[in-house]
Design a protein around this ligand. Structure first.
Ligand code: PLP
Length: 443
């Protein structure tokens, strides 16, 4: 049993968290890269393998999703400097953001319009490959574009894929699975937005709705899938495939930074702020980034004050044995993509020695920041994705942030820094809903 009083008595940050205050939690186990990589058994070749598989599937993606024609079937998002937004944040929050502020626009990824396009699509492709290889329908040396042919669609149609989701993972898995010919069922929590359910159904996916939160939708989905030998369950909390699909983002980002002549090295630190739900997407991306930039990248998650699941899991070391309700937190937030009460243990353990820390943010700021970005840069992203800006705002302007900067001897290098706000979703939000978001004021 979780003893709330004991937990909040022993840890001031967790007490603040339980009182729904914004915090920055610094990870006390953060360790220099070489040692950390050993401790978590970091396997860089697994990330390369995932990247290779995505490259191999690119000709198929190009056929199934014509919008990827211009990138030849590679699903990647723009990296954009947002200097006007930087100035807006600095003046609105009376803070300092030294160096450059960039937006990584996974909000505009092809097919799924969110960061889930990375992990979700990879997971479905890997499963399809595995099935087709095992049944001798393809050889590894084949050009995988043949998988668009009707006989493969008929083959995949005998199988079912199921997933539990707050929305965006469902979109990613649902759209990809249906495009390959699979039967697909998405189990959606009460946070999931109606338009996401409608969109999925229009693509041929089955949607099952629950009155409960994400963890329950996952549990029910898994149970139903386990009863069916022809069904595969995509497990957002424990999937290494999803995680590796996300990790591929890192080498792609490196290439984009190179193209923009942005250096990341000992004298040019990079700070990355990632909105976090169950942990898979920000965790996978962090894993990939650390493998490339090592001690020169500083990764931070951002969670809503009403759903700080990864923070409480990592800070207590209890991982998925604790949920936000154990600390008296309701788990109800406007950030539907981050509305997760219980974190992933797989990810928590992987992050133990590499994650810099975790910020929490009030919901009202998500809408404020969404408006700021819309007004200053003409870019629309969804409220959940706007959590990233809280990291940029607080890094140099909070007690803990300053402590981190001092401890890592970054003070003199801040002028050379690059900050990346990871915009995790938005493109598929219907015009009308986007207008409603922009008009929402919570404070
Ligand atoms: C899913 C999601 C995240 C976080 O990903 P997790 O794997 O759940 O941590 C962040 N932003 C958006 C918009 C999402 O849909």
């Amino acid at each position: 049993m979780i003893n709330k009083d004991e937990i909040i008595k022993s840890n001031r940050t967790l007490r603040d968290v339980s009182e729904l205050k914004e915090v920055m939690w610094l990870n006390p186990r953060l360790t220099a890269y070489e040692e950390a990589a050993e401790k978590i058994n970091m396997d860089v070749s697994a990330i390369d393998d995932a990247k290779g598989r995505l490259d191999k599937f690119a000709p198929l993606i190009e056929i199934l999703f014509p919008e990827t024609k211009i990138s030849r079937g590679i699903i990647e998002s723009p990296l954009k400097e947002i200097n006007n937004m930087k100035n807006k944040l600095v003046s609105s929050y009376e803070t300092e953001i030294s160096g450059r502020l960039l937006l990584k626009m996974d909000s505009h990824l092809a097919i799924a319009g969110s960061v889930k396009a990375r992990g979700g699509i990879y997971e479905v492709l890997k499963y399809a490959e595995q099935l087709a290889l095992k049944s001798n329908m393809i050889k590894e040396s084949d050009d995988y574009s043949i998988l668009a042919q009707q006989k493969y669609r008929d083959f995949f149609n005998r199988y079912k894929i199921q997933v539990g989701s707050t929305g965006n993972l469902g979109l990613s898995i649902g759209i990809t699975s249906a495009a390959l010919g699979f039967n697909v069922t998405v189990h959606m929590s009460s946070d999931a937005k109606q338009w996401k359910k409608d969109l999925l159904r229009s693509k041929g996916a089955q949607v099952v709705e629950y009155d409960s939160d994400f963890s329950k939708a996952v549990e029910e989905g898994r149970k139903l899938s386990d009863q069916d030998p022809m069904s595969y369950f995509v497990d957002d909390e424990n999937s290494m495939n999803l995680f590796l699909g996300y990790a591929v983002a890192a080498s792609r980002l490196k290439k984009q930074l190179d193209e923009m002549n942005i250096t990341v090295d000992e004298d040019h630190p990079m700070f990355v702020y990632l909105p976090c739900g169950v942990g898979g997407a920000p965790g996978g991306i962090t894993y990939g980034l650390k493998s490339i930039f090592k001690d020169n990248v500083h990764c931070f998650f951002v969670e809503p004050v009403h759903a700080p699941s990864m923070l409480i899991g990592m800070a207590t070391g209890l991982h998925n044995d604790i949920c936000v309700q154990d600390l008296g937190i309701d788990g109800i937030t406007h950030a539907d993509g981050l509305a997760v009460g219980r974190p992933s243990k797989l990810v928590g353990k992987m992050m133990d020695y590499v994650l810099g820390g975790i910020f929490t943010t009030d919901d009202y700021k998500l809408y404020d920041n969404m408006r700021y970005l819309h007004d200053t840069e003409g870019i629309d992203i969804e409220p959940s994705a706007c959590a990233a800006f809280e990291g940029a705002v607080k890094m140099q302007n909070s007690e803990e942030g300053k402590k981190y900067i001092t401890e890592h001897k970054l003070k003199d290098k801040l002028g050379n820094a690059v900050h990346i706000a990871w915009a995790t979703g938005g493109k598929l939000v219907p015009e009308e809903i986007n207008r409603q978001f922009l008009a929402t004021h919570l404070n």
